[in-house]
Design a protein around this ligand. Structure first.
Ligand code: ADP
Ligand code: MG
Length: 436
């Protein structure tokens, strides 16, 4: 099939199929597709060809039936592939052995309220004059643009300082290389390499939290770089104070610099990002209402937003259909369903604290005063209602409380909602905000 219909068509439509059954008595082979849309499409366009291919191997087969099985996980390569039809792109840039994605530049980065602090800090650092802050610590949820920003800093710094040594690596790679160097009894050259960097960037340091020897090395390297006036950029999926298992002295060192958060994008930023991505795809005709729809509905992360856009474009190219709202909804049916109920405990805590104007640290504190205990109970209640987390896990996220405390909170808020209209209104409002 790959040969007869081409790699692209094969990858888009046929590769995601899995064998779900074979009924020789009925001369039938059943294949499962990850979505109804895909199943339909394959059934109407490829059923004959598929049957012929099966017959070539198993003459008893008369028919191929394609059914939709969203749960046939594991091998659903189509949905797992975030960018099915990513346009041909410039190859990554290799700088001192670190690979920087060519498309992750400042120009390609859309600035909005959610990321302007991080963006401005990154730009300032990359421009290379005197900076008042070092290191720069970027933190924020997955898929919000931290890695993109770091690569952009690398490109820009390099463009301005041709001979500068720029090193970018994931914390995992840092750890891996460090451990490998230890095994080979040659940590010296590893250290030497990092310590001569003019700009060192370590991505996703939450991965080295709790790994003592790596942390130690990381700390020394950091210290030396900072003392020598070299630039350091670090990212993590949470703020320094919320990194567990990182030693205090490292934390305080990290906090000396600038800690900039990258927040979830609001509608406007998501909208602008889609427009920006479309600029580089002039042949794609996407009506404004579709752009609005995507920006409104795919809100969890920019990575998902990009994935959705690429998916719509890929479906449209492969099926030769115009992109309109109906088509978009069809193409994204599974993703839209999944993105509807993805609320994190972190988001819940943040919203609840904003709503009741208390500090987020109160979510985990031991204080029992009503003005913090009640919001905390509401947040636990919402965590139970809106996420799939278990009671013990919810308890852990609220300052390591016991699951019975969570049960108590859930019951209490249920009672209060029935008895107290004001509390009920608060909870409703929060639910609406969190689910939109
Ligand atoms: P993180 O490292 O925070 O998990 P990434 O930097 O990998 O996120 O970003 C995920 C995707 O979203 C990337 O393809 C990136 O180009 C894109 N992206 C994120 N933020 C922006 C933005 N502000 N403008 C343009 N693209 C963005
Ligand atoms: Mg990243």
């Amino acid at each position: 099939m790959r040969q007869s219909c081409g790699q692209r068509t094969f990858d888009g439509w046929l590769k995601p199929l899995v064998l779900s059954g074979c009924d020789l008595a009925a001369s039938e082979v059943r294949l499962a597709a990850p979505s109804a849309f895909l199943a339909n499409w394959v059934q109407t366009h490829f059923a004959e060809q598929l049957a012929a291919a099966w017959r070539a191997a198993l003459p008893a087969i008369a028919r191929v039936v394609v059914e939709s099985k969203p749960d046939a996980t594991g091998r659903m390569t189509f949905t797992a592939d975030p960018e099915p039809a990513a346009p041909a792109e410039a190859p990554p840039v290799e700088i001192n052995g670190s690979t920087l994605e060519a498309r992750y530049t400042f120009d390609a980065f859309v600035v909005g309220k959610a990321n302007e602090l991080a963006y401005n800090a990154g730009r300032t650092l990359a421009e290379g004059g005197r900076v008042a802050f070092n290191p720069l610590f970027l933190h924020g949820g997955v898929g919000l643009g931290k890695t993109h920003l770091m690569h952009a800093i690398g490109h820009e710094y390099r463009a301005r300082h041709a001979s500068a040594k720029v090193i970018y690596m994931s914390a995992e790679k840092f750890m891996y290389e460090f451990v490998a160097a230890m095994r080979a009894k040659d940590t010296h050259s590893f250290k030497a390499r990092l310590r001569t960097a003019d700009l060192l960037m370590i991505d996703d340091v939450q991965f080295i939290a709790g790994k003592e020897s790596t942390q130690e090395e990381f700390f020394h390297t950091m210290n030396e770089l900072i003392s020598a006036g070299r630039r350091l950029v670090i990212s993590a999926d949470r703020s320094p104070q919320n990194l567990e298992g990182i030693e205090n002295r490292i934390l305080s060192r990290l906090s000396w610099g600038l800690v900039a958060d990258v927040n979830a994008a609001d509608f406007e930023l998501r909208y602008n990002i889609i427009l920006k991505k479309l600029e580089s795809l002039p042949s794609a005709i996407v009506p404004n209402e579709v752009v609005m729809f995507l920006a409104k509905r795919i809100s969890a992360s920019i990575r998902e937003l990009e994935g959705a856009l690429h998916r719509v474009l890929a479906f449209a190219t492969l099926s030769n259909r115009a992109i309109d709202l109906d088509f978009t909804q069809e193409a994204l049916a599974d993703q839209l369903r999944a993105s509807q109920r993805r609320v994190t405990i972190d988001e819940i805590q943040r919203r609840v604290c904003e709503h009741f104007r208390i500090r987020q640290s109160e979510m985990g504190s031991a204080r029992r005063a009503r003005d913090v205990a009640r919001p905390r109970q509401i947040a636990m209640y919402l965590a139970k209602q809106l996420t799939q987390r278990s009671l013990p896990e919810i308890g852990r996220r609220f300052g390591g409380r016991d699951h019975t405390t969570v049960i108590h909170a859930v019951r209490k808020i249920e009672e209060l909602r029935a008895a107290d209209a004001e509390i009920d209104a608060d909870v409703r409002l929060l639910m609406r905000q969190l689910e939109s």
